[in-house]
Ligand binder design. Sequence first.
Ligand SMILES: Nc1nc2c(ncn2[C@@H]2O[C@H](COP(=O)(O)OP(=O)(O)O)[C@@H](O)[C@H]2O)c(=O)[nH]1
Ligand SMILES: [Mg+2]
Length: 214
Amino acid sequence: MGDYEETALNLLLLGRTQSGKSATGNCLLGSYEFQSELSFRSVTEDCRLCTILVDNLMRRNGKKLRLEVKVLDTPGYPNSKFNKDIIKESIQKALSQNFKHGLHFAIIVLKADSPLCEEDNQIAQLVKGILGPEWNDFTAVVITHRDIVERAHYNEDKYLQTATEPLQRLLAFVQNRFHFVNNSPDCLKNEQGPLLQKLMGFVRQNNYKVLKFN
Ligand SMILES: Nc1nc2c(ncn2[C@@H]2O[C@H](COP(=O)(O)OP(=O)(O)O)[C@@H](O)[C@H]2O)c(=O)[nH]1
Ligand SMILES: [Mg+2]
């Protein structure tokens, strides 16, 4: 135990149905814990927590860092079955049950080829409703389906220049904390490290602050 420095990374996944929330959860965990599949309706009906220990990500203070990654997956929003109040209530309950030491980041998951429009910018409203007035200090954006972007021969920066006004505003609000992932099955292991390292960088920039509930 003395060989390791231990730290936690507590994350909440939010986004539309089929944006790739559960697949991003699996990428963060480096294994297939969450059910992720193609569907016309919302697949994930309840909030679900998964935890994993990651030992080989980085070093801190001359010791290996042992990272306890906790990921809370949530039903898609807007949802084909439940209204906003029910979704919000179930997420808030799960947050206070599972993250007693606080949350590092809520991650808004967006699919690279689904533009964030004014009408469906409700996701930012939901995050605000759940996290409160400091929401933008504790929010990051993960853009899935990077493979689509690559197939179109865009690099990430050039692709973001094509982003809609609501997405550009959201990214500015969250101080440009974003990361592109490719959650295709053969990429899971390669994508986990860069994603976790990026998030740990955001945590450091935030001076390891957490958002507490209750
Ligand atoms: N090609 C590709 N498929 C993805 C990616 N992320 C998610 N998917 C697929 O998109 C579908 C929906 O993903 P899922 O994680 O279930 O979405 P959720 O409803 O937001 O939880 C699944 O078939 C995933 O395999 C990605 O980065 N690239
Ligand atoms: Mg899901």
